[in-house]
Design a protein around this ligand. Structure first.
Ligand code: ZN
Length: 163
């Protein structure tokens, strides 16, 4: 797959700006907003994903997209996992096709050979890079990263980096 839409952080920032999002303090809030903007809702669920294995998984169901995030992940790490899977969704990459997946049933998450047990953890590297870039652009807009004037964090970081 070589048809990456986002090849650098600038194109990602431009896309994020074009969405005209309300401020969001977590990846969960962002997913809620994206759910309103799309025809398909995005649900985020925490589950005991097998270790070793992917920290996050995107499952495409019949009527919505489910982001499953490793329940052991916390704080900014968890946000990043969710943003990364959200980026895969928005980039139109291919999620796990599990139309009837029921994340409410814990046995599915942990059962060896169950749906999540056989998930592939690797997209091709073009998709991974694209998802990472877009996740980074979304992360820059997280409210915790903003100063009191509501501006992006990059200038602040630049300032403190002395450049
Ligand atoms: Zn990925």
């Amino acid at each position: 797959m070589t048809s990456a839409r986002f090849t650098n952080i600038h194109s990602c920032r431009k896309y994020v700006r074009s969405l005209r999002l309300d401020p969001y303090a977590s990846a969960y809030e962002l997913c809620d907003q994206m759910s309103s903007l799309r025809d398909r809702p995005i649900r985020v669920v925490e589950a005991p994903l097998p270790i070793p294995g992917p920290m996050g998984v995107w499952i495409a169901r019949a009527r919505d997209d489910v982001v499953v995030v490793q329940e052991l992940a916390t704080g900014t790490h968890r946000d990043h996992i969710v943003l990364h899977e959200l980026a895969h969704i928005l980039c139109g990459h291919e999620g796990e096709q599990l139309p009837d997946y029921q994340p409410e049933i814990p046995a599915l998450e942990t059962a060896r050979g169950g749906p999540v047990g056989r998930l592939r953890s690797a997209y091709d590297s073009v998709c991974e890079r694209e998802a990472e870039l877009l996740a980074a652009a979304f992360a820059e807009q997280l409210l915790d990263d903003l100063d009191e004037e509501g501006e992006g964090s990059s200038d602040v970081h630049k300032y403190f980096a002395g450049s």
